[in-house]
Design a binder for this molecule. Sequence first.
Ligand SMILES: *Cc1c(COP(=O)(O)O)cnc(C)c1O
Length: 352
Amino acid sequence: MKELWSLKTSTKNYPIDEKIWIGEDGELLEIQSPFDKKFLFYTDHHYQGLWKFRQQIPVFDVKNIVSFGEGSTPVVKEKWNDQEVSLKLEFLFPTGSYKDRGATVLLSKIKELGIEKIVEDSSGNAGCAIAAYAAKAGIEAEIYVSSQASPAKIKQMKGYGAHVIEIEGTREDVAEAAKKAATKTYYASHSYNPFFFEGTKTFAYEVWEQCKDMPEEIIFPVGNGTLIIGAYIGFSELVSAGLLKEIPRLSIAQAQNCPSLSKDVGLNFQPTVAEGIGVKNPVRKNLIHQIQRLTKGNYYTVNEEDILKEHQSLHRKGYFVELTSAVATAAIPKTSSKKVLVPLTGHGLKNL
Ligand SMILES: *Cc1c(COP(=O)(O)O)cnc(C)c1O
């Protein structure tokens, strides 16, 4: 099985178990999976949550799986004025955000590779997820955060026993500090490390399994794109396996104050309350644009006032999510699609 998988850049292939997170030439790594028409899509019901898809995940020895039974999040139907909307409750994870999808797979792989110490950088939820799964795996985690990161999230990371290093400066400065530290250890980055996406891709498998009637459009709140990219990988595999005709439109929602994926020139950046997607330079920007183009996805921006209003409105409907999640539902009235699905990405308890 292992031989069928590989790591690749546009010019080079590497064995799947090479201890690298970026190509030699500094190019981003992707994972080449063996799925095609001959591939049978297995689910293994001895495992809970997303690990029932373990045959589709490049962790080869089950004793390396680092899991709290995460995944299989509910899909709930709602009315939005006159639109039928499905909400996937991606805040129902052990650390309070969908980032656990990526972290459970990445930390399992890291355990399989025999790595004992990792470095990550994050504005919040990714750091919490990596710290929790590192704690479960008994792996030492060093997490670089901006000194402006949410105090609740920093407390959560420290609670898991991670070594948290606060950096003054922009998010880019934080990433640079982490990358420098990673020259001596292993970079468990949610945006660079391709194994993270092997976890977030299970979002697509679940949507495919849960929705008898597939959505026409899925709207994601996008910063570095870990969920939209994972969804694209998962849906593409289902199409290759002949199980799905067409990938839904994968649409991007961003704060108007941080429109890093807008195609307009001369972008103007300001702080946003949607801290989970306040990313000026998404690492895989080209890939995200390509996904939007290939799936005919839309691009939406939401201003600060509308984010706050939508956040309150979600709470009134019974969804206690964090501000970032409201950016995607605020875009629902802007689409003409009849069947829309939106992931609610982060738990509201983090915003208190
Ligand atoms: C990380 C995050 C996002 C956006 O994810 P990206 O991978 O940066 O696109 C959205 N909502 C919440 C709550 C998050 O934590």
